[in-house]
Design a protein around this ligand. Structure first.
Ligand SMILES: Nc1ncnc2c1ncn2[C@@H]1O[C@H](COP(=O)(O)OP(=O)(O)O)[C@@H](O)[C@H]1O
Ligand SMILES: [Mg+2]
Length: 235
């Protein structure tokens, strides 16, 4: 699917224990744009990402394309927004890699040959060709992260929300991931601590701190701003 725009308007969220994790977050991402989401541990990046497909719902508005992220639209929202969890163990839930990647396309109602075609195609794209029958719990963390990404890509979503996609990958895996993501025209919001990865993939970066957006600027400019990087634990 080609990219869909994202709009987040005055979004605030507190966890059940009362911790305010998002505090009035507002930004827009144009259709097909790729934006890095950066900031120190605990800044609220993962919490924000979880709002894009309604896993969490706070105060304020989140919109994907013309659709508001609301409880009554979750099925459609989850087809539009592919979310890669920070921890692949939160994502993978079938015994084998092949079943896990097949789950989404099957749920879309695709016929079995087409499901299998997508599984093979997506596993190959993430560098896991031939992993169909492997047990998820035998995989390394990096392999799990790739398997989870294959499951996300298999839905062909208009928005990719990726939480630290290059974490746990080896240098070649990271390079291949970069090439793969560059070739996808979905809108992307990419949480990363890897500023070089951000620079190569995302022309624009949003910096979060304490649940707020504290900077929103071209990635090249951010990388040149040593004071800002230090202040927000990025360097
Ligand atoms: N399930 C939770 N319950 C309570 N607080 C949480 C929970 N998950 C995250 N937090 C807190 O919310 C804040 C934002 O966390 P998170 O979105 O995970 O940050 P980041 O992804 O930027 O590291 C942190 O202070 C974190 O400790
Ligand atoms: Mg996080």
């Amino acid at each position: 699917m080609s990219g869909l725009p994202i709009s987040v308007e005055k979004l605030s969220y507190s966890y059940p224990d009362g911790r305010l994790a998002l505090d009035g977050v507002t930004f827009r991402v144009a259709a097909g744009e790729r934006v890095a989401l950066v900031g120190a541990n605990g800044a609220g990046k993962s919490t924000l990402i979880l709002h894009l497909n309604g896993i969490l719902t706070g105060q304020g508005d989140v919109q994907v394309g013309e659709l508001m992220v609301r409880k009554n639209a979750l099925k459609e929202i989850r087809q539009r927004v592919g979310l890669l969890f920070q921890d692949p163990d939160d994502q993978l839930f079938c015994p084998t890699v092949g079943e896990d990647v097949a789950f989404g396309p099957r749920n879309l109602g695709l016929k079995e040959p087409e499901v299998q075609e997508r599984v093979h195609d997506c596993l190959t794209r993430v560098g896991l060709h031939g992993f169909d029958g492997r047990f998820v719990y035998h995989l390394s963390v990096g392999e799990k992260k790739r398997a989870a990404l294959a499951g996300v890509l298999a839905m062909n979503p208009g928005v990719l929300a990726l939480d630290e996609p290059s974490a746990s990958l080896d240098p070649r895996g990271r390079r291949e991931l970069l090439a793969l993501l560059k070739g996808i025209d979905s809108t992307m919001l990419v949480v990363t601590h890897d500023l070089e990865f951000a620079r190569e993939l995302c022309p624009r970066s949003i910096v979060m701190s304490g649940g707020k957006v504290v900077a929103d600027k071209p990635t090249a400019e951010l990388l040149g701003d040593a004071a800002l990087l230090t202040e927000h634990g990025l360097a």
